[in-house]
Ligand binder design. Sequence first.
Ligand SMILES: NC(=O)C1=CN([C@@H]2O[C@H](COP(=O)(O)OP(=O)(O)OC[C@H]3O[C@@H](n4cnc5c(N)ncnc54)[C@H](OP(=O)(O)O)[C@@H]3O)[C@@H](O)[C@H]2O)C=CC1
Ligand SMILES: O=C1O[C@H](COP(=O)(O)O)[C@@H](O)[C@H](O)[C@H]1O
Length: 483
Amino acid sequence: MVSRVIPVDPFDLVLFGATGDLAHRKILPGLFHRFVVGQMPDTARIIGTARSAISADEFRATVRTAILEQAGEEAEQDDVLNTFLSRIDYVAVNATGPEGWDDLASRLRPETVRAFYLSVAPSLFSEIASRLHSGGLATADSRIVVEKPFGRDLQSARELNAGLRACFDEHQIYRIDHYLGKETVQNLMALRFANSLFEPLWNSTHIDHVQVTVSESIGIEGREAYYDKSGAMRDMVQNHLVQLLCLTAMEPPSKFTPNAVRDEKVKVIEALDPVPDGDIARGQYRADTGDDSYLDHVGDPDSRTESFVAMKVRVANWRWSGTPFYLRTGKKLRARESEIAVVFRDPPHTIFPNVGHLRGNVLVIRLQPDEGITLRTTIKDPGPGGLRLKEVSLDMSFAEALGADNRPQDAYERLVMDVIRGDQTLFMRGDEVEAAWTWADPIISAWEERTDRPAPYDAGSSGPEDALMLMHRDGRRWRQIGE
Ligand SMILES: NC(=O)C1=CN([C@@H]2O[C@H](COP(=O)(O)OP(=O)(O)OC[C@H]3O[C@@H](n4cnc5c(N)ncnc54)[C@H](OP(=O)(O)O)[C@@H]3O)[C@@H](O)[C@H]2O)C=CC1
Ligand SMILES: O=C1O[C@H](COP(=O)(O)O)[C@@H](O)[C@H](O)[C@H]1O
């Protein structure tokens, strides 16, 4: 049985960078899944482009292979896969030269939603936008989607915004942060704003602190050149972790519209205090048995790029004064585990004899691997023998609760369909990205002036000792990774 899906309007999706890694691992398999569940109308078309001079048949063959690798059982029905592939075309286009643009223009249909997905290096964004505009390929209703990283500092983000806005209106620009497409991230908004239970408690009177963890067990996996110039702060914190913080901390938007939601997120970013150096722990993984260290992976024994960051962040507004947000993320950690843990204050008094200190409730929003929501509560330990207390979790796993037919969508499949629908709620607005860089830039600049190295941590651990200390000195503890 297929879940409730509302088909989108007919579209021409032009995928720049169609021969690349992201297109083959995420975007095309995601589109295939949307096709399988019936969301892509019969008249939808995907036009892949890149410089490679390959035929449409050759391109389709690579897409077939990628889908068979990524999409699981659904891809085994050959007729379904063949029908999907018949919607795919390919045109060789050079983003920085005249070759291929007229051919591409001739394939686009009038009266059809046009989306141009730029899965290419950010250095190509402005030039592609300009050629789409000057060649008349983009209409007033067309959408342009750009991948991360959106700049490496405020200055470059402003330049990218200027390049895109010279040719497209803000309502046409979709800046991807794939964390916003994750099912549980949206569930955080539903949890907060569709229930009356939590919102009265959602403030510093009741919440002691919030922990946002994005722990990865993988390393930099063939992306050395990019990662060593970025590090965890630019790669993960400035975008994904700041977005998670925003959705946790923001005020209720007046309505669920793209600008109402994004206005509230911008206010949170603008309320972030500068983070003093003493509130940050940076780490770099060292060799594990049978594996190399970060320095071996990037081939630079002097690299000072961090593969781990933990920090204490303060949101300087009425709601959150006195409730810090602790963020941490890193590569080669003990487990792949991402969550937002909202730690409530301890009960102020206990009426139970011989129980000692009662711990506060913890609401955990699990992003991955097992998406769901857990509430840690204290109950009576069942059975005879007097009243003893015990901590238990009220647990909701989405996979179990919703059943296999309603498995959470991959972030990319949701986001691509949102583009076609013209819904920008889960995309970053230009001012939002600039605000996040305004906050992150001084932190990064301070590191760049220093000569010391990030603290080493063992691959497979929970990160460097400094990160533990960041919490311990406040009388708090990180939640365990990988338990
Ligand atoms: N891979 C990933 O996991 C992630 C990637 N991203 C971002 O997505 C984007 C794409 O990444 P990824 O797929 O890994 O990159 P790849 O290097 O694998 O692919 C780049 C693509 O761009 C095409 N290309 C390069 N130069 C030109 C040009 N002058 N004109 C037209 N096409 C060109 C290449 O094809 P050809 O050489 O044939 O022209 C290729 O299809 C980047 O912005 C990256 O930061 C974001 C998150 C994760
Ligand atoms: O954007 C990025 O995200 C991935 C982690 O994404 P996830 O969905 O697997 O949690 C990270 O590995 C990568 O370095 C970063 O560029």
